[in-house]
Design a binder for this molecule. Structure first.
Ligand code: C5P
Length: 227
């Protein structure tokens, strides 16, 4: 019993990764962050000097990118490990260059087709929490439970800032100003807009004034209601 697939969608900073990972852990489900897959292709493009606006070249790149998401116990704060063609890129895919390039990469329909096919395959086994932008509407339209998390731009930028300060320290050059973060997220929202698809049957949760446990508390009754 319980849902075989839980889809969680939402924009950058909506809390979907944190909530998705914790929900999966509580339920003993597999957690799949699809953003990491687009980031892995973007990383590979930058690494190999492939033009992120060259659609045919990116399609070839995505085709031969072997992306593996696994869960070894490495305690450096990672939620999971991502490798692309055998190389651990778990932290590299979070850097500012990849973050700046990923929306252009994910906007190519043929890149999406390739990654979506892989995502569907990962969900085949069931008991999966899959997180992204288009999971409930496009990747897994039959998911028994669909959640859409939202938050204002200001709150999403603030969360990202807190996250980076926790990881790198307040004075690190790795931590952009709040204003820069907000501009970056706004820019990404803009490019991602077309591929951001809230499913019509998703439960929408506005998270601005909710803590992570409160968001989980709002989701769990729906999990229990699904047979
Ligand atoms: O979730 P995250 O911010 O890591 O996603 C990185 C980028 O990957 C997004 O800005 C978007 O361009 C792309 N993406 C997507 N579809 C998904 C997940 C992520 O287009 N399902």
């Amino acid at each position: 019993s319980g849902p075989q697939c839980i889809a969680i969608d939402g924009p950058a900073g909506s809390g979907k990764s944190t909530v998705g990972e914790q929900l999966a852990r509580q339920l003993g489900y597999l957690y799949v962050d699809t953003g990491a897959m687009y980031r892995a292709v973007a990383w590979l493009a930058l690494h190999e000097g492939v033009d992120i606006y060259d659609a045919p070249a990116l399609e070839v790149l995505a085709q031969r990118a072997e992306i593996v998401i696994s869960h070894p116990h490495i305690s450096d704060g990672r939620q999971y490990t991502v490798t692309v063609n055998g190389r651990d890129v778990t932290w590299d895919i979070r850097d500012t260059q990849v973050t700046g390039a990923v929306s252009a990469v994910s906007s190519h329909p043929n890149v999406r087709k390739i990654l979506i096919a892989q995502q569907r395959e990962m969900a085949q086994q069931g008991r999966v929490v899959m997180v992204g932008r288009d999971i409930g509407a496009v990747v897994l339209p039959d998911a028994e439970l669909k959640i859409y998390l939202t938050a204002t731009l200001e709150e999403r930028a603030r969360r990202r800032h807190v996250e980076l300060v926790e990881r790198f320290g307040a004075t690190s050059p790795q931590v952009p100003s709040l204003e820069d973060l907000q501009r970056g997220i706004e820019r990404r929202d803009d490019i991602d807009h077309d591929n951001m698809r809230p499913a019509i049957d998703a439960i929408v949760i506005e998270t601005d004034y909710l803590s992570v446990p409160q968001v989980l508390g709002a989701i769990l009754p729906y999990v229990e209601d699904t047979v």
